[in-house]
Design a protein around this ligand. Structure first.
Ligand code: NDP
Length: 308
């Protein structure tokens, strides 16, 4: 039986070399090479081939190489084929680094200082201590929880908001649509770590921005279509928002003349907040395959009714 990897070929070579060292009894093929299609049991892919079961008639699990599965058309993947998203400590660490960087930069007014530097201005700005900076994370899942834990260490006044109730030591988490307005009203720096679903598409819009305290900042590290860019630009221009850090936008990349490229209060990165790290992700994959083969639930199995 074999595993096929169908995503970035350079990373695929790392997966292959690591697997040869850690589990030499298992064989990993790099798409488009896959040997005997009937022997393929596991597909590790960003996008499966069209008609995946016709391609691999004995496929048992589809593993997404990414934490999200919004790139997949779940309606076209047979209902009996389990789909598993990536839960990788290396990916989580990368996201924590990015969000900590963004929050500290916003709290310490780095976008404004960069503008001042370019203009040759030497002017200290009023500084707000971490303890008086309220950081709110939407989506207290694998990534949101780790981000909150780490930000709390800096002394930020942290809070999470989530679909279902969640418990965290020392960090309050509110839940449900009825709690959203109050959560937003006490958030100075808002971080979106929600999966892209019909419920979260377009959620970062004028209505939401207007519920934040005036001058609040937004960090979107989830998916571009969750943010209505025109609403963001309008909120920045009328001062309702003080800044934004965007790792994801829609479309990616933005057109060359898009105002976000040059907006003085926007930091833009090309969807690099975090990536799956083969060194740690392979262990997670092998552990899930072991669980599957022992009839145990896998970590990160997608609930198709929820879409994530
Ligand atoms: P998880 O599935 O572990 O967490 C998602 C959380 O969001 C869950 O706690 C879930 O609640 C909550 N949630 C889902 N829908 C809603 C909703 N409508 N309202 C409120 N809460 C909701 O995902 P991860 O933390 O691993 O990843 C989150 C997202 O981050 C990914 O889907 C991906 O899009 C993005 N990402 C971006 C990267 C980048 O480089 N920019 C890298 C990696 C991921 P519940 O517990 O009730 O299910």
């Amino acid at each position: 039986m074999s595993i096929v990897y169908k995503a970035d070929p350079v990373r695929g070579k790392r997966w292959q070399a690591l697997l040869a060292g850690k589990a030499p009894e298992r064989r990993l093929h790099l798409w488009p090479e896959y040997g005997d299609p009937a022997a393929v049991r596991y597909l590790v892919a960003w996008q499966p081939p069209e008609h995946v079961m016709a391609c691999f008639p004995n496929l048992q699990v589809l593993f997404s190489t990414g934490a999200g599965v919004d790139q997949l058309d779940l309606d076209r993947i047979p209902a009996e084929l389990p789909v598993v998203r990536m839960i990788d400590p290396g990916l989580t660490q990368g996201m924590v680094e990015y969000v900590v960087l963004a929050v500290l930069a916003l709290q310490r007014d780095m976008p404004a200082y960069l503008s001042q530097q370019r203009a040759g201005v030497w002017q200290p700005l009023a500084q707000r201590p971490a303890a008086r900076t309220r950081v709110g994370v939407m989506g207290v899942g694998e990534l949101g929880r780790s981000v909150l834990e780490r930000l709390a260490c800096f002394g930020f006044a942290c809070e999470g908001w989530n679909r279902s109730p969640k418990q965290m030591d020392g960090v309050p988490v509110s839940s449900g649509d009825q709690a959203l307005d109050a959560f937003l009203a006490r958030t100075d720096i808002l971080i979106c770590l929600l999966p892209l679903t019909p419920a979260t598409r377009g959620l970062l819009n004028t209505t939401l921005f207007d519920q934040l305290p005036r001058g609040a900042a937004v960090v979107n590290v989830a998916r571009g279509p969750q943010l209505v860019i025109d609403d963001l630009l309008a909120a920045l221009d009328r001062g309702q928002l003080g800044g934004a850090v965007l790792d994801v936008v829609d479309p990616e990349p933005l057109p060359a003349d898009h105002p976000l490229w040059t907006h003085p209060r926007v930091w833009l990165t090309p969807h690099v907040a975090s990536a799956t790290q083969p060194e740690t992700a392979l262990d997670a994959l092998l552990a899930n395959i072991e669980r599957f083969e022992h009839g145990e639930p896998m970590q990160g199995e997608v609930d198709r009714s929820r879409g994530y």
